[in-house]
Every structure is written in structure tokens, then in C-alpha cells.
Design a protein around this ligand. Structure first.
Ligand code: PEP
Length: 252
């Protein structure tokens, strides 16, 4: 049984005091026996976030990393620098990075590999645009994007299915649309890693998840968690989403 994973993507929001207050309120509400919880604030907030979350059941993640260990890459941050801080996760290939900052399947793959080499776990984002869905290309796009996962270590990998049309739009995939895409992605993972490894990789849903729709999405068999943007900025709504995850079956 895959333990659910609920991750907060703060995007370019927040401040040191805000992340500190958020984590101090969140940590006592997180049940260590419940879903795994990761909070990904902007780079500059990572040191304070790690300081507050150390020793708690909440892990801290970054929203990107470079593919080189170091080098002449002004403005970039390397994965070992994140690891040194105590960051444990990194989001890679988010659609905002693909759409606005020239991220490709190739560069996302390189960043993910660098993150894993530095000892970080990866949340690798993929998903189709509205146009691709309307033209019936959803599965072809997911298959192409998931090929970028080849060579990664499945034990420290989660995949986030984030249909671009659902991100920040208030428009959520139906539980059926999510489940269908997740089953397809798990088949792609099986091609890459074999059936038993594919069975252990968490496939998260992302796209306008909120306390009102989280429970139905998270109760789908192959929806192993959520990557939450807007609704993760408020500790009440983020902890409600965490609490919406169904209990794992007993004896598992
Ligand atoms: C995201 O940024 O990964 C995301 C899913 O955003 P939102 O929840 O705001 O749609």
C-alpha cells in the first residue's frame, strides 16, 4: 500500500515570518501515522522552514534545482546546496517552469537526476494542456513526458499529474479523469521500472485541489496524494486537505 503524500507548492509567495507561522501551526496538526507531508516554499524561505520543521513529521522541499553540481550559472541553485540546508524534496518540471521558463522534458530529466544524486527525493510534474486534451492527445503527451523519468531511482520519486488546464484555474479534473490518467501513468512507470517498482511510486494529482474536492480525489485507488498550490498557502485549508486523505486499510 502506498502511503499518501500531500505536498504544498507555495510558488512565489510567502515571507520568512509567514512560513514560520504556517509551519508552527501545521506541525501539531500533522499525524505522523497519516499522509506524508512536504512543504515547498521559495528558495529564500528554505533555511527558516527547515529550522522550524526539523524533528517534525513535515519535510521541506524546493521548487526547482539546477542539473549541475556547481558552475557558472548565475541565478541558479544546485541540488547539493539544497541538500546541505536539510531540504529533502524538490519539485521538478512544473508546468509554470515549462510554460514560462523554457523547461523541456530533457532539462527536467537532468534536474531530477541531479536532485537524486544529491540525495533529494523528486516530485516530477507532467500533464497535458487543454488543447492537447481536446485533441485527444492526453495519453500521448503523458507517455512522452514520462519517458523523461528513465534512469531515475523509483524509490525516491513521486510523479505529479497536473493537467495544465486545472492549475490555478479553479477547474479540477474529475476523480475519474484523474484516476484514468494515473492508471495510464502507472503503466508508463511499469515500462520504465518494472511492475513492482511502478507499484510503489506515488502518483499525485495537482490542479485546483481544495478542502472541498480533496476527499473524492484522494479516495481514487491510484491517486496517491496531491500537489497543492493556491490552497496550500492557508494552514487551515492545507491541513483540511491532509485530513481528507482516507485512512490506509488496516493490516496493510
Ligand atoms: C500547482 O502549482 O502545482 C498547483 C496544482 O496549483 P493550484 O493548486 O493552485 O492549481
Amino acid at each position: 500500500v502506498r502511503r499518501k503524500l500531500i505536498a504544498a507548492n507555495w510558488k512565489m509567495y510567502g515571507s520568512c515570518t509567514r512560513v514560520q507561522d504556517f509551519l508552527e501551526a501545521l506541525i501539531p496538526r500533522v499525524d505522523p501515522a497519516g499522509p506524508e507531508v512536504v512543504v515547498c516554499p521559495p528558495y529564500t524561505l528554505l533555511p527558516v522552514a527547515v529550522m522550524v520543521a526539523t524533528g517534525s513529521p513535515v519535510a521541506i522541499g524546493a521548487q526547482n534545482c539546477h542539473w549541475a553540481e556547481e558552475g557558472a550559472f548565475t541565478g541558479e541553485v544546485a541540488a547539493p546546496m539544497l541538500a546541505e540546508l536539510g531540504v529533502r524534496w524538490v519539485i521538478v518540471g512544473h508546468s509554470e517552469r515549462r510554460r514560462l521558463f523554457g523547461e523541456s522534458d530533457e532539462t527536467a530529466a537532468q534536474r531530477a537526476a541531479a536532485a537524486q544524486r544529491a540525495g533529494l527525493s523528486v516530485i516530477f510534474c507532467l500533464g497535458e494542456t487543454l488543447e492537447e486534451r481536446e485533441q485527444g492527445h492526453t495519453f500521448a503527451v503523458l507517455e512522452r513526458q514520462s519517458k523523461a523519468l528513465e534512469g531515475l531511482e523509483p524509490n525516491v520519486l513521486a510523479v505529479a499529474y497536473e493537467p495544465v488546464w486545472a492549475i490555478g484555474t479553479g477547474r479540477t479534473a474529475t476523480p475519474q479523469q484523474a484516476q484514468e490518467a494515473h492508471v495510464f501513468l502507472r503503466r508508463c512507470l511499469a515500462e520504465l521500472f518494472g511492475d513492482s517498482a511502478a507499484d510503489t511510486v506515488r502518483v499525485l494529482y495537482g490542479g485546483s485541489v481544495n478542502p472541498g474536492n480533496a476527499a473524492v480525489l484522494l479516495s481514487e485507488k491510484d491517486v496517491d496524494g496531491a500537489l497543492v498550490g493556491g490552497a496550500s498557502l492557508d494552514v487551515g485549508s492545507f491541513s483540511d486537505i491532509i485530513r481528507s486523505a482516507p485512512e490506509p486499510p488496516t493490516g496493510a
